[in-house]
Write a protein that binds this ligand. Structure first.
Ligand code: ATP
Length: 297
């Protein structure tokens, strides 16, 4: 396992006061121009995170995490509610500025080379905001053009993605009228359109029906089979266990375990069991509620 815990208070030790402008120095000293980190052999990992911190008031939502995600993997980021998954993904994808630490995506620093990084990643963020007054197809064409793809290629890819994701029938409907699952799918299509090297998905299966989930699964499996890296957050252990070959477990703003699925699961019968013992969950929760259920009201 190569996940590790940060040192609580290390940010204070560096004199960064809460509310100050974020200070972020690339851990590897990269200018963002080179592929491959200094002093490293071989291709850089898909994601490299060092000493990442984010505080909201007194609370450390992300408390100094280190993480290295290899390329071409299907990666699950799991953790209980409030563990810090969304905050981590937001910082890793350049949507939220960390208080401290550094992030590299395929060897490029997220904060010193934002364009280099953003052209190589696709993101399906939590609470995805879409251009509601465009139709599904218009949204894809607009996204593709913003990404610099030629019109004919955008058209071809958009048509294929709409077809595969079963949105062809709704392609001329305004996005504002899409259901939750349809929004997830059009958001995924927009994230895939430019064929990114790394795809970050925050709860991609939430609100998605089983048939659509199977379709999304197929698309993502094809993507990783041909070298793409998927990093997605989820609470659903069975899903993570059946999809992912690499997992990172977060709790209390820290990475408590990370590595190949079999390694993190260890001797536990399922990932769910390993997860519950890693996050110290109380399996007897609810036993104190002796008034709940049948009997006296
Ligand atoms: P969930 O699985 O419930 O979505 P999560 O693992 O994604 O949770 P985060 O959303 O990253 O967790 O939140 C981590 C902690 O940071 C939580 O305690 C949350 O209340 C807090 N937090 C997140 N964003 C903010 C914010 N903008 N302001 C204040 N606190 C925040």
């Amino acid at each position: 396992m190569d996940g590790s815990q940060g040192t609580p208070g290390s940010r204070e030790a560096q004199g960064t006061a809460r509310g100050e402008t974020a200070r972020l120095e690339p851990y590897y000293g990269g200018s963002g121009s080179g592929v491959g980190a200094e002093g490293q052999d071989g291709p850089p990992p898909a994601v490299r995170v060092r000493g990442l911190w984010k505080r909201f008031g007194e609370q450390a939502a992300v408390a100094g995490i280190d993480l290295e995600v290899p390329t071409g993997r299907f990666v699950g980021l799991v953790g209980p509610n409030g563990a810090g998954k969304t905050t981590t993904l937001s910082m890793v994808t350049g949507l939220l500025r960390p208080d401290d630490g550094a992030v590299q995506i395929v060897g490029r620093d997220v904060w010193t080379d934002p364009v280099g990084v953003k052209s190589r990643i696709g993101v399906l963020p939590e609470g995805l905001r879409l251009f509601e007054r465009l139709t599904g197809r218009e949204l894809l064409v607009y996204t593709g053009r913003l990404r610099g793809l030629p019109v004919t290629e955008v058209d071809r890819r958009a048509g294929q993605l709409l077809e595969v994701l079963d949105l062809s029938g709704a392609q001329h409907k305004l996005v504002v009228d899409y259901s939750t699952g349809m929004r997830k799918k059009i958001g995924l299509a927009a994230a895939l359109l430019h064929n990114p090297e790394v795809l970050f998905l925050d709860e991609p299966f939430e609100g998605v029906d089983p048939v659509s989930a199977q379709v999304i699964r197929g698309v993502l499996e094809r993507y990783t089979a041909t070298g793409g890296t998927v990093v997605f957050s989820s609470h659903v252990m069975e899903l993570v266990e059946s999809l992912c070959d690499w997992v990172a477990v977060m709790a209390g703003g820290r990475i408590v375990a990370s590595g190949p699925l079999a390694e993190v699961r260890g001797a536990a019968p399922t990932l769910q069991d390993a997860f519950l013992s890693l996050v110290g969950a109380d399996r007897r929760a609810g036993e104190d509620l002796d008034w709940l259920g049948g009997g006296d009201r």
